[in-house]
Write a protein that binds this ligand. Structure first.
Ligand code: S3P
Length: 172
């Protein structure tokens, strides 16, 4: 596909950004870029260790630097960490050359999906269900600002990828 715009996937943890993003990229023959994986590569350690050893503020600064950098890419599918919406400057940088799409899911679906991995420091420890509800409530206004919203709760990643590819093509 000849599309120089990026497709930027945002949304809460467990909404399918990576699963769906990887598939859209494959369908489009476009590069797939994942912020969390890149931040781990650059730091030489896991996100959990970055949070534990350097603190969340340091993680957010690294994330913003990467958003600024990847805002300059062309024709890529970029899967963002769930907290990228916390700083408006991130959305400005990524949106400059990209279609911003927010993936959503019901809290029970998020809990089910995120409980399969221990990689998320913000949901670690006691009562992840409450943590999800509290964080979702806090961030709801931020996610809601993104004009394109897609609920991934009940659809297969393949179907969602097809829908996203259509949307992205229309922006080309
Ligand atoms: C975070 C989401 C995570 C990761 C970090 C913080 C958040 O990414 O960046 O654990 O603040 O929502 P995923 O949304 O890919 O899990």
């Amino acid at each position: 596909m000849d599309n120089r715009n990026n497709l930027i996937l945002l949304g809460f943890m467990g909404t399918g950004k990576s699963a769906v993003g990887r598939r859209v990229a494959a369908l489009a023959g476009a590069p797939f870029l994942e912020m969390d994986a890149e931040l781990e590569r650059r730091a030489g350690k896991s996100i959990s260790r970055i949070f534990a050893e350097d603190g969340e503020a340091a993680f957010r600064d690294m994330e913003s630097r990467l958003a600024e950098e990847w805002g300059q890419k062309e024709g890529a599918v970029i899967s963002c960490g769930g907290g990228v919406v916390l700083r408006e400057e991130n959305l400005r940088a990524l949106g400059a050359n990209g279609l911003l799409v927010c993936l959503t899911a019901r809290p029970d679906v998020i809990l089910e999906r995120t409980s399969r991995s221990k990689k998320r420091p913000l949901l670690a420890g006691e009562d992840p269900e409450k943590k999800i509800r509290d964080l979702l409530e806090l961030r709801a206004p931020l996610y809601a600002k993104i004009p394109v919203q897609i609920d991934t709760s009940d659809a297969a990643p393949e179907e969602l990828a097809g829908r996203l590819l259509d949307l992205w093509k229309k922006q080309a």
